[in-house]
Design a protein around this ligand. Structure first.
Ligand code: TXA
Ligand code: MG
Length: 308
């Protein structure tokens, strides 16, 4: 398969390939995912190997919007409420799994992460397959998530069988993950749906993620470009640093958008551009910790911790 024919908008072709055990990059409203049918063990194992991701890091199960909740997990009344309000959308619910969910998806855990994506092309695809799809972000392990088909192509190239092009992602950062397995809800990964949104709906306060292995893969250094990412609380602080860097002759790039949604949309592309432009340092000004700004601060902090 040549690189040119690898990118397509043909959803039926993607569905046929997936049913035959291929791995296909798919658009979602958050970021692009690298998909395989949940019950195709060899294809799921290929995803781990292409990503370079440890096999005990569990995957999110993506399901069609009319799916049967009870088939995949044990959903509490609160989990059902969250599902009915926010699905399809950028929310992943962690629940106890059923026997229908294979070990190779959950890393042998007794829980499963489930999400109903909103992207129309992704929903159309899910409607054409007899199973659900696992879909981790379509990037190499520890690197920046892709928000366009072109990002996937430049990262994973011919290691994936097909890339379904649904245009740039609407949100730009990964889904919020909420652990619903215990009485106290916990946010394991912040995203576009915030603790405040969940409190407003359920009247329940949430705790922050605690413990090391709540969501394996949520390590400190993640979402990292090769350039060093420095964080600043204000534009003024970043300006002081940029004059120092000018004096030293060190290459750098600014990262800030006034509009927090635009910041989310552009974040990963800007981090990629820093590497493409070969700059040494990204001077990132943190957004206010409200709405999706909370998720942006989380990703920027992870991007600022360099890989070992
Ligand atoms: O927005 C998203 O969620 C994207 C798009 C493609 O849907 N997907 C995504 O998948 O971000 P991934 O694999 O890059 O991140 C999923 C996170 C990982 O940190 C994983 O450890 C956690 O979800 N996770 C999945 N299943 C879990 C489980 N059973 N228990 C704890 N954490 C789990
Ligand atoms: Mg990821």
């Amino acid at each position: 398969m040549t690189r040119v024919s690898q990118i397509t908008t043909d959803v039926a072709r993607a569905a046929t390939l997936l049913k035959n055990g291929a791995i296909v990059a798919i658009p979602t409203e958050t970021v692009y995912g690298l998909a395989a049918l949940v019950h195709q063990e060899a294809a799921v194992m290929r995803i781990y190997s292409v990503k370079g991701r440890p096999t005990h890091h569990p995957l999110i199960v993506h399901v069609a919007k009319d799916f049967d909740l009870d088939k995949w997990g044990i959903f509490s009344s609160t989990a059902r409420l969250l599902a009915s309000e926010f699905w399809p959308g950028p929310l992943t619910l962690l629940v106890k799994r059923t026997a229908h969910v294979p070990d190779w998806v959950t890393g042998g855990r007794d829980t499963v992460a489930v999400r109903v994506p909103q992207h129309p092309m992704c929903q159309e695809l899910l409607g054409l397959i007899p199973d659900a799809l696992v879909a981790p972000s379509a990037n190499r392990f520890g690197r920046v998530s892709p928000t366009t088909a072109q990002h996937v192509l430049s990262d994973l190239g011919s290691d994936v069988d097909l890339i379904l092009d649904g245009g740039p992602c609407d949100i730009g950062v990964e889904s919020t993950i909420v652990d619903c397995t215990q009485d106290l809800l916990q946010i394991l990964r912040p995203g576009a749906i915030t603790a405040m949104d969940i409190f407003t709906l359920t009247g329940r306060t949430l705790s922050d993620a605690v413990g090391e292995s709540r969501a394996p893969g949520m390590m400190l250094s993640h979402y990292a470009p090769t350039a060093k990412v420095e964080l600043y609380e204000s534009q003024d602080e970043a300006a002081i640093r940029s004059s120092q860097l000018n004096e030293m002759g060190t290459s750098y790039q600014h990262l800030y958008f006034e509009d927090v949604n635009e910041y989310a949309l552009r974040l990963y592309d800007e981090l990629r551009m820093a590497d493409i432009n070969g700059v040494k340092i990204v001077l990132a000004v943190l957004p206010e910790p409200t709405r999706i700004g909370i998720a942006l601060r989380d990703r920027l902090k992870k991007a600022s911790h360099r890989q070992a």
